[in-house]
Design a protein. Structure first.
Length: 222
């Protein structure tokens, strides 16, 4: 919406300066492109541009046919909105843990009509998959997976209606198959083996000492 205000009487026109295109005259649209519409509520004669494109950027002139002609100039800059998924482009998640992906809208001037989530190209917003849900936020959308499975490892996309989509690749890390109790058993076995080894070393040492004494006695007798 480009603002324009004139307090005096007269016909108001809007002109796109870069190509001298006459867009509106009074309350009617003059251009073939019907995206340009005057929103009139005297003394305001604002220009509404629907479905803004990159080519719409530039200088616009609002004027009223008086003596002398009164003019207002407004420069329109176009910023392309985009989305962002923090943690990307790759995220490693342990199997059995929870997953929370947030789609944030950046440089957006208005709320989107919708934000769709996709897994490998399949929309999942309306799927009845247990433990998977989509929640709307003030500035985007959140995808929640309560308990991650191996099948959840895939490429995810969030696609807002008014911004460029964002992507993230989820890699699922499998849990160790060996339970904790078995690790405890290994430690006990290791302790038992260590005790046995120490006993064998002591007995070997004792046997050597006895052999040395016997050898010394035999030598004395000789």
């Amino acid at each position: 919406m480009l603002p324009c205000r004139f307090t005096g009487p007269g016909i108001v026109t809007w002109i796109r300066r870069k190509d001298r295109q006459l867009l509106t005259v009074g309350r009617g649209t003059h251009a073939i492109d019907t995206r340009f519409v005057v929103v009139s509520n005297s003394p305001d004669w604002n220009l509404l541009i629907k479905n803004v494109k990159h080519d719409d950027a530039g200088l616009y002139e609002c004027q009223i046919q008086t003596e002398p002609v009164q003019q207002r100039f407004i420069r329109l800059s176009i910023t392309e909105a985009y989305s962002l998924i923090p943690g990307g482009p790759d995220l490693h998640v342990k199997q059995g843990s929870s997953l929370r992906l947030e789609c944030q809208l950046m440089a957006s001037t208005e709320a989107p009509s919708f934000i769709f989530w996709y897994r490998e190209g399949r929309m999942i917003n309306y799927d009845d998959e247990p433990g998977v849900r989509v929640e709307a936020t003030k500035n985007g959308s959140i995808l929640v997976v309560d308990k991650v499975k191996r099948s959840h490892g895939a490429n995810y996309t969030c696609s807002p209606s008014n911004a460029k989509p964002a992507y993230i690749m989820i890699h699922v890390i499998e849990e160790e198959e060996k339970p904790a109790a078995m690790h405890g058993g290994d430690r006990r076995n290791a302790t038992s083996k260590a005790s046995t080894n120490i006993t064998l070393i002591f007995l070997t040492f004792l046997g050597l000492r006895i052999s040395n004494r016997l050898y010394s006695r035999q030598a004395s007798v000789t």
